[in-house]
Design a protein around this ligand. Structure first.
Ligand code: FMN
Length: 184
């Protein structure tokens, strides 16, 4: 299973990007997670889209299209998802000039998130599920990984907390099982 991993934060020391790296380490046998960075993605502009997808947009759509599933590391800003992540979803939700089907449609998406606060991105994750559903993606229904007080668990860019590592590993295993079941 080739999974595309995306962090909703551009920050170099991002807790969510660290979570993504931990997911790479903890993915079950048979699953690999490749990280796609959003740093070059322009802001969505329908006038630009009408001229054809810019290269970073085309690359994002191609990467999503090629992947068996997505792992989204979801930060929380003001009780919702970051503009960075919403922007990527908005681009990817569009069928574009050359495609009949938007690449997010039908994708099975696994979500986790980290925040220094005590709610661990629960509000952003709820919002992310709604947005993804509108884009035709399916979100993994088997539990949540909410890394609260992330600054105590992620040290020097590494997820160090063993209980959280176990929870993330179980989350990824559930995701793998679900993907395999849907494949039949
Ligand atoms: C504009 C802004 C709004 C924020 N709002 C929230 C919030 O609603 N809930 C929360 O838990 N943390 C909030 N935070 C703190 C972020 O969770 C924190 O900056 C976190 O480190 C961002 O994720 P990252 O480490 O992956 O960049 C906010 C941060 C910023 C910059």
């Amino acid at each position: 299973m080739n999974i595309l991993g995306i962090s909703g934060s551009l920050r170099a020391a991002s807790f969510n990007t660290a979570l993504l790296h931990a997911a790479q380490e903890l993915a079950p046998a048979g699953m690999s997670i490749a990280i796609h960075r959003l740093h070059d993605l322009p802001l969505f502009d329908q006038d630009v889209e009408d001229q054809g997808d810019p290269e970073p947009v085309a690359a994002l759509k191609q990467a999503i299209d090629n992947a068996d599933g997505l792992f989204l590391a979801c930060p929380e800003y003001n009780g919702g998802i970051t503009g960075v992540l919403k922007n990527a979803i908005d681009w990817a939700s569009r069928s574009g000039r050359d495609r009949h089907t938007a690449v997010l449609a039908g994708k099975i998406v696994c979500i986790a998130g980290a925040s220094p606060g005590i709610t661990g991105t629960v509000r952003a994750q709820d919002q992310l599920r709604l947005v993804l559903r509108r884009a035709g993606a399916q979100t993994e229904p088997l539990g949540e990984v909410l890394v609260f007080q992330a600054h105590t668990k992620i040290v020097d860019g590494r997820l160090a907390d063993e209980r959280t590592r176990d929870a993330l590993a179980r989350h990824l295993q559930s995701y793998a099982t679900r993907l395999a079941a849907l494949r039949g």
